[in-house]
Design a protein around this ligand. Structure first.
Ligand code: SF4
Ligand code: SF4
Length: 207
């Protein structure tokens, strides 16, 4: 097996003093303090059990290798969007690494750079729903898919949900008053709202 050439500590800093990609990943707020990125032995167990890899050309072992090699192109590689966060890779890794966490961080970087925004912009109605009802709901962009996949029964359920819940003795699932305000305050305080608006702006510009 070809040996990965890791950069030395001094080489890890880019020409402008930026952190190397592995350092950036490890210092990201999303990274667990014990993420074993540098301990990856390239055994490929993550890839062998990864459903994303089974059905697409996505390869978590290769993704981790590219991060360790400071290959920033991996951030813009469409393949990283084929992971669906099942965490199987994390549960099987003998080195305590999580390809899943690495992937989440790469995607956030892609979104920050702008290239990843088109991958998530159809979910903006999900974000709006949090502010309106205090909870997410199926984004309107996927209604047709739901009817296709679940059948017209999905529409019946959607239209008659309040009556069905009432028949079952359940109250409204929509938050009101102070609870709704609290959800809004949390989303505001965590900058969720700002990010949502940014994505919407990006979506409009690229129509
Ligand atoms: S299972 Fe862990 S050690 Fe093996 S290649 Fe994947 S991330 Fe690296
Ligand atoms: S979390 Fe992603 S990378 Fe890990 S096994 Fe699941 S699909 Fe593969």
């Amino acid at each position: 097996m070809k040996k990965i050439q890791l950069e030395s500590k001094s080489e890890r800093k880019g020409s402008e003093g930026h952190k190397s990609l592995p350092e950036e990943v490890l210092n990201n707020i999303k990274a667990s303090p014990d993420l074993g990125l540098f301990k990856c032995v390239q055994c490929g167990m993550c890839t062998s059990t990864c459903p994303g890899a089974r059905h697409t050309d996505y390869d978590p072992r290769e993704m981790v290798k590219r991060v360790l090699e400071n290959d920033r192109d991996v951030i813009f590689d469409d393949k990283i969007w084929n992971c669906f966060y099942c965490y199987t890779c994390q549960s099987i890794c003998p080195s305590g690494n999580s390809a899943c966490e690495v992937n989440q961080i790469l995607r956030q970087m892609a979104i920050k750079e702008g290239s990843g925004v088109k991958k998530i912009d159809s979910f903006t109605t999900y974000g709006d729903s949090f502010f309106e009802f205090g909870m997410g709901s199926i984004p309107s962009a996927f209604f047709d898919d739901m009817v296709r996949d679940v059948g017209t029964g999905y529409l019946d359920l959607k239209i008659n949900l309040d009556d069905i819940r009432s028949d079952l003795g359940l109250g409204s699932y929509i938050m009101k008053g102070e609870s709704l305000k609290e959800v809004g305050d949390i989303l505001d305080g965590t900058l969720f709202k700002d990010r949502l608006e940014e994505i919407k702006k990006h979506k409009k510009q690229n129509k």
